[in-house]
Design a protein. Structure first.
Length: 556
């Protein structure tokens, strides 16, 4: 510092003193901000510790302290261990994987900078996120009757004890329930879109040496759809689970949001309403608790014969309709067996879902169908018949982690949606059509205890009688008549109990599960020959080892 003759500071010294004072003030302000940040972090750490210690916190596949940066969860087509809260409610933000903030120009998490310090929970392709989903299964199945149904149960064709197959058993290993697919998510101009694809290996093969030298099981398309949601409206197109399939929450088409039971049996439960087929649907959500939906889905004029289902007896004048105008599941030889049977219009489904909380789900759905045939002898003569049905479902958490589920279905002409165990219609001797009454129910409990899921269900199917006489006045036709073949079932019952134990799981590497199921099946035909058994039953045991792929979506 320069001093004047009289000991006073020069103007330059005064400026320097003011700058030093300003720096001291800025440093003091920064110290206050750092102290505030430190206190905020301490409060957040305390809150997270309290949440992790709370018994109500673990609603997902792993605890909060299992999270690693950007590691996500284990990806699956349904929850690995679906506790009631997990199956019914969105993952809380405190436990979910949080991606890096997107740029100011985009709110799409897939546009966010990647986390280079950890294994990503999803893949990025342009402005979309991709998660591989699926699992690898090895299933062992034992039946005390030789139902010849491979891995899945053909509920309606259990052999009688006075038949050869009723005195044989079957045991086999199979990897066919393994699934592979991908889910694609993104945001675009305020709309969220999902693309979903899923395969298993239960396809039909033309080879005869699958169990001799090869085991080359055929991939089969299960799901392939795209869904777009903007505001209160949502639109889906492609092959999905039918909207008549019960939901665990809302009306989502994602497998984890549907109820098709937790059983190992790839044909699920007798009495469950389901199919996977092409179609379109439109949903409207006025709020987070209510959803309305309508769909138009692939139709079929079904008269039985699929997956052990009961078939009808046609009049002599209309016997040629089987496999041509009416689907008897015996369309092999035509150029395209999937599209072999003519149809009038799509199956129309309307559905309402109410979810007042994560502990309760209610739904009601209705279906309308139309059938038509042409008299092959008089082409100008056409016969048309309408059919329909109603489905009612309830899913409620009665106690913590203990859930009651019921789904019920009644129809006239809707038997195809009961896994084809009931025909839709019959043909009278004059060519007019009649619908067959059918009903199904699945009722049960799911209980999550730590890393184990226990479940038990009852499933039932009832198929009504609709019979008459052929034009000669003596031959009986239709379904359920006296003297009908014992393949025409009146009732099918199933009782099952099982477990799903998670042995090990890690967000980076996936999960390993051991599963078991016991299944008792019984069927009662409409007609029984004197001296023959009144019903047929079998016992099935499944054991399954599963590895589930890792991965999860970011928050949108």
């Amino acid at each position: 510092m320069s001093i004047s003759l009289y000991g006073a500071e020069t103007p330059d010294d005064t400026a320097k003193t003011e700058q030093i004072a300003q720096l001291r003030h800025a440093i003091a302000a920064q110290q206050k901000q750092l102290e505030m940040l430190r206190r905020t972090l301490e409060q957040q750490q305390k809150l997270l510790s309290e949440m992790a210690a709370s018994p109500d916190f673990p609603v997902h596949d792993f605890r909060l302290n299992d999270l690693r940066p950007n590691s996500g969860t284990v990806a699956s087509l349904a929850p690995v261990l679906p506790s009631p809260a997990q199956a019914m409610a969105p993952l809380p933000a405190s436990a979910a994987q949080t991606p890096a903030p997107a740029s100011a120009a985009s709110k799409n998490p897939c546009d966010a900078p990647p986390d280079s310090n950890a294994v990503p929970a999803y893949l990025r392709l342009g402005s979309v996120c991709i998660v591989p989903v699926g699992f690898m299964d090895l299933t062992a199945v034992f039946r005390d009757k030789n139902a010849a149904s491979s891995l899945g149960s053909n509920f309606g064709s259990v052999p009688f004890s006075n038949a050869v197959n009723g005195n044989l058993s079957e045991f086999r290993f199979s990897p066919q329930n393994s699934r592979l697919g991908a889910r694609v998510d993104g945001d675009w101009k305020g709309a969220h879109f999902i693309g979903y694809n899923e395969f298993d290996f239960l396809g039909t093969s033309g080879a005869t040496n699958l169990t001799v030298t090869n085991g080359a099981f055929v991939p089969r398309l299960r799901l392939f759809w795209v869904d777009v949601r903007k505001g209160k409206l949502e639109f889906l197109a492609g092959q999905s689970w039918s909207m008549l399939t019960p939901n665990r929450r809302g009306m989502s088409a994602l497998p984890g949001d549907l109820f098709y039971s937790q059983v190992i049996d790839v044909n699920y439960m007798a009495g469950l309403t389901w199919t996977r087929q092409p179609g379109i649907r439109l949903l409207y959500r006025p709020n987070d608790k209510i959803t309305f939906g309508i769909s138009a889905e692939n139709p079929d004029q079904y008269i039985g014969g699929s997956a052990g289902g009961s078939g009808i007896t046609l009049p002599a004048a209309y016997a040629s309709l089987g496999g041509t105008q009416l689907d008897n599941a015996n369309n092999i030889g035509v150029s395209n067996p999937v599209l072999a049977v003519p149809t009038v219009a799509p199956d129309f489904i309307a559905k309402f879902a109410f979810d007042p909380s994560s502990k309760f789900h209610f739904e009601i759905a209705g279906i309308e169908r139309t059938f038509r045939i042409v008299n092959p002898a008089v082409l100008s003569q056409k016969f048309t018949k309408s059919g329909g049905g109603v489905q009612l479902g309830l899913n409620a958490e009665l106690l913590r982690n203990f859930r009651f589920i019921t789904t019920n279905y009644a129809s006239d002409g809707g038997g195809r949606y009961l896994f084809g165990q009931a025909p839709d219609l019959i043909v009278h001797s004059d060519g007019t059509l009649g619908t067959v009454h059918s009903a199904g129910t699945v009722d049960g409990f799911e209980w999550t205890i730590k890393d184990a899921l226990l479940y038990t269900y009852y499933g039932g199917i009832y198929i009504g009688r609709n019979a008459g006489l052929d034009a000669n006045g003596t031959t009986k036709i239709g379904y359920g008549y006296a003297g009908a073949p014992n393949s025409q079932n009146r009732a099918i019952h199933e009782f099952t109990i099982g477990f799903n134990q998670t042995v090990w799981k890690d967000p980076r590497y996936g999960a390993f599960n051991i599963m078991g199921q016991y299944e008792y099946l019984r069927r009662n035909p409409w007609a029984v020959v004197v001296g023959a058994p009144k019903n047929a039953h079998d016992n099935t045991i499944y054991m399954n080892i599963r590895y589930t792929l890792p991965g999860s979506m970011p928050n949108f």
